[in-house]
Write a protein that binds this ligand. Sequence first.
Ligand code: ANZ
Ligand code: ZN
Length: 870
Amino acid sequence: ADRYDAPAREKHWQKAWDEKGLFEAHEDAARPKYYVLEMFPYPSGRIHMGHVRNYTMGDVVARFMRARGYNVLHPMGWDAFGSRPRTPPSSGASIPARWTYDNIAAMRAQLKSMGLSLDWSREIATCDLAYYHQQQKLFLDMLAAGLVDRKTRKVNWDPVDNTVLANEQVIDGRGWRSGALVEQREQPEWVFKITDYAQDLLDALETLDRWPDKVRLMQANWIGRSEGLLLKFETAPGSAPQGFETIEVFTTRPDTLFGASFVAIAPDHALARAIAADNADAQAFIDECHRHGTSAAEIETQEKKGFDTGVRVAHPVIEGAELPVYIANFILMDYGTGAIFGCPAHDQRDLEFARAYGRPVLPVVLPPGADPASFEIGEEAYTGDGTLFNSGFLDGLAVVDAKHAMADRLEARQVGGAPQGVRKTQFRLRDWGISRQRYWGCPIPMIHCEACGLVPVPDADLPVQLPEDVTFDVPGNPLDRHPTWKHVTCPKCGGPAQRETDTMDTFVDSSWYFARFCSPRAPVPTDANAVGYWLPVDQYIGGVEHAILHLLYARFFTRAMHKTGYAALDEPFRGLFTQGMVTHETYKDEAGKWLFPEEVTSRGGKSVHVSTGAPVTVGAVESMSKSKKNVVDPDNIISAYGADTARWFMLSDTPPERDIEWTAGGVDGAHRFVQRVWRLAGEAAERGAPAGTACPADLNADALALRRATHKTIAAVTGAVERLRFNSAVAQIYELASALSSGLQTSSAAEAPDPGLEFAIREAAQTLVRLAAPMVPHLAEECWEILGNQGLVAEQAWPEADPALLAEDTVTIAVQVNGKRRGELTIARDAAKEDIEAAALALDAVARAIEGRDIRKIVVVPQRIVNVVA
Ligand code: ANZ
Ligand code: ZN
């Protein structure tokens, strides 16, 4: 054959790997382990190009680490609970289960066609009874360990659909489906006490040095630690209802107290309720506030509105001054104390409010260089640093010092027998509410008994299984209206009782699956030995959209598993990589309707509709989405070109963290390379020395050059894959292919065969195949066979570069920190600046010398010296 029939041969090689069980992982204390994991998919029906990119990257790492002698765990499963199918089949028992398992079967077949080195024997779906059984066990152990709580929470209630709505489902105060006016309701729910770990989750971010900085920053912001002051304002006698002698606020800016011009409380603040009890206007204002969503984003952006309660408070440090108290729509009930003092000059929300309600705006922080006589606040509050003025005993102090001076003063003052101020660290992080009123989730194993209260389901009665005979014809929770499921006898008193009908948030399912993969069939949540051996995950790869919640919950769960004895570590993911998205051009026809890429072709340099020839408008390159139809089905690519072409494309050219644009031209290029490697292997098999031939003692310049190119490529590809620079590994492999190609030409043009060059050709071809194997594994097996080798490439060790052949191509550079020599570095002579920087920072001695300080800059004098300024 003169062409490689990839689709056909790929099946053959997949079978060969399967038959040898090569990717089944077994604990082996004698070998170093490596656990690589990609975020598991939701079984929506078909895999998309984003999956192809994500899983290809993980597979390269898995195959590379396996070749380097690690005992690799690379599992796959399904995040299978969650939203119901958009178009459910019209009838039948247990619709979601059937739909989900059908999708899993289809997607499993698709993933298998990609040739991923996965251990399928460990496959799990979170909707498997065996999985959620163990999740219920974890829940009960967490409950016993004090990590579960029951709290009431405000929810958006749709009185027509009888269901809780997420904030996004409330549009202009109405339910998105029913259009009914949404009510705010208090509803009890189960929560995990993630806030117990707020400080720890924040502190430990510093140890995650193989995580992207941006993800660590996003987590830190989400946890949101604020240092401030709890401060009590005394209400003017007779102005407030009984029991409200003080109003406590939380402030991070006690320095601005001399600029305070009002106090504001949340609509659900106890004082607001007390006032509304006999004030219809106040009640009407509170009701109006409730008609808007409860999301922080909505509260931030809506117009600032307030209701003057008539209550007055004494200014804590200005003798005789009083401030009015408003109920205001921008104060959140569940942060701080649900009350604030407003300083309009230095807070934008307060400024907007003050302008609307005619409150004074007195600046108290003077920006550096500003003139105190003329400094004024216009449309924007001044939130920067500066020196205090208009502020009595604080005048002249810098903001930081003024915060302390005011805090000290208020801590020393007494109000009703207690200090007026108390320093307080506050977190934005809330406890994790896990109750969902949905059928398709893990049942919460609790029982409500009128006599005994909340009773855990006894271990022996687990699992609490989802019933299959449920209906979805009316809104609400099918578990709740099932005729028998929730009716049980109380395990404590034997009386009639009811099951909890809430199920767990699907984020619970994905918070420990990586641990379950270590011992997927264990009759307990985790097997201590297996988890002790495999965890943490060494390299986790997935989308940045999970940078906050999923990763934070998984970090919390690992701590919870630690506390309940299921794991002996706190941080589940040592390395994290977030890959970019897959994008594609968008197309519209003359009527403005979206078109699929395969409906568009190019004729005479113009884009037209394939069948009608009508003109097509080519739109922006955007991330692939069904709604804009700019999607390419991986199946079509794999059946036309083979999986290796798709894999190679995904790794080429674009750095892995960036968005990659899928183009037909790029696919052709990738496929040409696959064919080229295959032809080169054939030629090398003919022209190269037989396998196992020793290297002749004397090599001519051509042979030596090819050998050098080979070994240089080994070093470069190894380094690139270690650092997940797949695109630079690909570029190096292209170069080696060119070097091999010219070696073959020289050889065929020579009058007499040269044993040295023949050896170099054999070596280059074998090496090319082994280096490319993690990326295009099927092609590598095919070429390995063509080259006359025994066994499979997947069983070969990773090639080692011969230092003697690298010598000329590497240089040793001194590495300094702040001008002081700390070590040296041997690196390719033509290494890129960023590679030199990365290698320098990776030196232990350098890390020690920097010791937590920020790196200000790195000066690289190529081939000579690196200086890190910290
Ligand atoms: C007075 C003040 C003056 C404030 C000033 C800021 C600037 P972070 O950093 O996010 O913790 N605040 C406190 N509780 C609130 C609530 N429940 N709803 C809305 N806002 C609330 O923010 C702390 C600041 O947010 C606090 O400091 C408080 O306003 C406001 F020039 O107090 B500040
Ligand atoms: Zn009971």
